[in-house]
Design a protein around this ligand. Structure first.
Ligand code: NAD
Length: 330
């Protein structure tokens, strides 16, 4: 009997053969052998589904755009995002430009505050207080990294939590920790939305997050906990990273170290999300995961670039719209 068929059908196949139609039976056997060979080949050389973060992000941007058009038609105003950039770091300039383009795409009004790197902390405080008080500003974003003379922790803590669209304020991280999220950290929230859009059920998965920074790794762990995963957080003091990775159903890499996660560590069929962004000496951008080998073992994997990055920008837009809606309801 053919073990690939449901129980009843197996014996039906055998019975037909015994009825005397041996040619049909042999043809059937040939067909089944081909199928088994196909499955075996697929298992031996499994190639992961590449999650297209750009496409999922574009879909989310379209939904936000539609929502804003409906707001305007109802006589309401569009959300407004204030983006503060200090200095002329080229990478920061690219991130800020991408955020401005996403604002244009969705209909969010973006106001740029491009300040010299020499801006004092007091001057930055004054600007944030002014934006906190401005009723038409819904989101305030301070692009990191900030110059050394500025205390980033103090700056982020000064932003009104209701306008903290990056989701970095201790209040918003705390809301996530107690399972009452409001404005959620963009990158971890983007990862969750991307996995949901890919039809991946998270409940019960053994998840490993590599990296425990306040803005990425830590809220990522909280998001996965909220989604029903069993979460392990690894960091620079973790003793045996390979062993943790090898047990994981879901790996989220956020260490900022090219090639840190070896492809052969990954359990066959695991889901791999690479948040890392690393620039190689030849100028190419790569993640933390050895993509070539990992993509032969994983069931799903995100590329770098084109994976988590676009989702971060899209969830920033979602947060800006949400910040306005929440303040309207307050
Ligand atoms: P970070 O430097 O603040 O934190 C890195 C974390 O990795 C730390 O918790 C550290 O303990 C851990 N780590 C470092 N070396 C390790 C090792 N050998 N083994 C295990 N853990 C180790 O960085 P971050 O701000 O959290 O960013 C992490 C990465 O994510 C960076 O590459 C950053 O560029 C990228 N990032 C991407 C997006 C996106 O949208 N795709 C957004 C934010 C950050």
């Amino acid at each position: 009997p053919d073990i690939l068929l449901p129980k009843q059908a197996r014996y039906q196949t055998t019975l037909h053969a015994e009825d005397g139609n041996i040619t049909d039976f042999l043809n059937l056997c040939q067909c089944r052998c081909d199928k088994i060979l196909f499955f075996t080949t697929n298992i031996l050389f499994m190639s992961a589904h590449i999650i297209d973060g750009k496409q999922i992000a574009n879909q989310l941007l379209e939904e936000i755009k539609t929502n804003i058009i409906q707001r305007l038609q109802a006589g309401k105003r569009a959300p407004c995002l204030a983006v503060i950039l200090l200095g002329d770091d080229p990478a920061s300039a690219i991130y800020v430009r991408n955020k401005r383009l996403a604002c244009e795409k969705t209909g969010i009004v973006s106001v740029a505050h491009n300040l010299p790197a020499s801006t004092t902390q007091e001057a930055l405080f004054a600007l944030i207080r002014q934006l906190n008080a401005d009723d038409h500003t819904d989101g305030i974003l301070v692009q990191s990294p900030l110059p050394d003379h500025i205390d980033e922790t103090e700056i982020l803590a000064l932003i009104d939590p209701a306008k903290d669209v990056d989701g970095f304020h201790p209040y918003n991280i705390g809301r996530l920790a107690v399972r009452q999220p409001l404005l959620r950290s963009c990158t971890p929230y983007g990862v969750i939305k991307m996995l949901q859009a890919s039809g991946i059920a998270l409940k019960g998965l053994d998840a490993v997050v590599v990296g425990v920074s306040n803005h990425v790794g830590r809220p990522m762990g909280l998001e996965l906990l909220l989604a029903g995963c069993t979460v392990t957080s690894c960091h620079r003091h973790t003793k045996d990273l390979a062993a943790h990775i090898g047990r994981a159903d879901l790996i989220v890499a956020a260490a900022g170290k090219a090639g840190l996660i070896k492809g052969e560590w990954i359990k066959s069929g695991a889901i791999v999300v690479d948040i890392g962004i690393n620039r190689l000496p030849d100028g190419k951008i790569t993640g933390d995961v050895d993509f070539a080998v990992a993509s032969q073992r994983a069931s799903h994997i995100t590329p770098v670039p084109g994976g988590v990055g676009p989702m971060t920008v899209a969830t920033l837009m979602e947060n800006t719209l949400k910040a306005l809606e929440l303040r309207e309801q307050a």
